[in-house]
Design a protein around this ligand. Sequence first.
Ligand code: PLP
Ligand code: ZN
Length: 469
Amino acid sequence: MNVSTKVDVAFQRCINPQCATTYGVDEVRIACGKCGSLLDVVYDWDRATPPKSLSDFEELWSRRYDPLALSGVWRFHSLMPFAQAEQIVTVGEGQTLLQHSLAVAKYVGLTSGDLHLQYEGLNPSGSFKDNGMTAAFTHARSIGAKRAACASTGNTSASLAMYASVTQLMKAIIFIGSGKISYGKLSQALDYGALTVQIAGDFDDAMQRVVQVTEKLGIYLVNSVNPFRLEGQKSVMFRVLEGLRWEVPDWIVVPGGNLGNSSAFGKAFMELKELGLIDRVPRLAVINASGANTLYELYEKRGLRWNEGSPQADIIDPYYAELDDQQKRASTIASAIEINRPVNLTKCLRALDFCNGVVREVTDQQILDAKAQVGAGGFGCEPASGASVAGAKLLREEGIIGADERVVCILTGHVLKDPDATVAYHAGDREKFDTVLGSRGVEKASFANHAVAVENDLDEIVRTIEQNS
Ligand SMILES: *Cc1c(COP(=O)(O)O)cnc(C)c1O
Ligand SMILES: [Zn+2]
């Protein structure tokens, strides 16, 4: 299979079907110039060379010496042919895996045992963001950008900073809110040498500012309003299918923050279906934290829908006005999804529409308990990722997910991203628990695994081990 494709098969298009204005791939925009809607990267598939069958990709497994075949993103280049092979920036992202976990299946209540965890924390910067950053960075390089910026709850900035430091192609500038970033993520951005601008405000504030600043200074913006980023994130779904030997699961369950992932997953399935590469589409469940539940409120409580490209503004606008009136700020231990104004809201509605989706909210208590179960039954994850397992459990309890269905939960970030939350949960130190978790309404650590204190004495140590194992 030919992995290099011509650039001119791709263009950008406004997602509003009433507008559908198109732009070239070499234009840098974060919204439609006519109507202000988000943009998609779209392809003229007749002129591109998509695979005939998804199993065609297996041919690339034997070509690990080729960086584009090795990359878990770019081996699917023919399904995202917006860049020429020579322009692609890759650091070997996307070497992630799908783990079948009976332990987590039991926790979720799937008698089929058919639960799979997609470990995106195994990416080089420790989160799924690398899937998107490699694509955005490729686009930034192709248009000659010298500086790239993002606002971030942490993982986007870690990823951007990493691509900038490894490739030395651009200077990374990251905007973070004050006090709302986990140590693992902040330490990455600093260590990779990014210019880190800490704003007195939260993520939603930082997001507004970065848009203004990048416009003013002509800096390339890599937040998920960037449609090229979402192209790379489609590959998470391609790898899930790959892990299931191209069988489509019944459910994809994903945490929702800025809603870039859910949007990208929906687009992946829309295109796979259009190309005849899958014959059915999985259902999509997007899980909010209850302290940052805009999508849940709008979709499940107020009935907001994609509505053929015209989501009801009379549902959205009053909701945001209420948030402003009440000065309501997003608040959850799952800092990666601590977002009240998701920039990809309309794209996500389209994905929910196409994938017969549902949205749920879960508490920080449910998130941390699910996270502990992921750790005890696998490789662990950060709090936001635990939301997908907590959400699957909730949907199973409600009977929406059937006991015999096949479910894939996306684990978006690595367990080491947020050691504070993990240690506070397990340590059994009341003060630490209260400061880090109690303030979030978390009452107990049902699956805590305390360290056992013992005298520095051989007999004592032996006795303790015998008693506890
Ligand atoms: C960014 C992020 C999310 C949220 O993803 P969106 O695409 O913004 O909805 C969830 N989990 C982790 C670990 C993240 O880094
Ligand atoms: Zn438009």
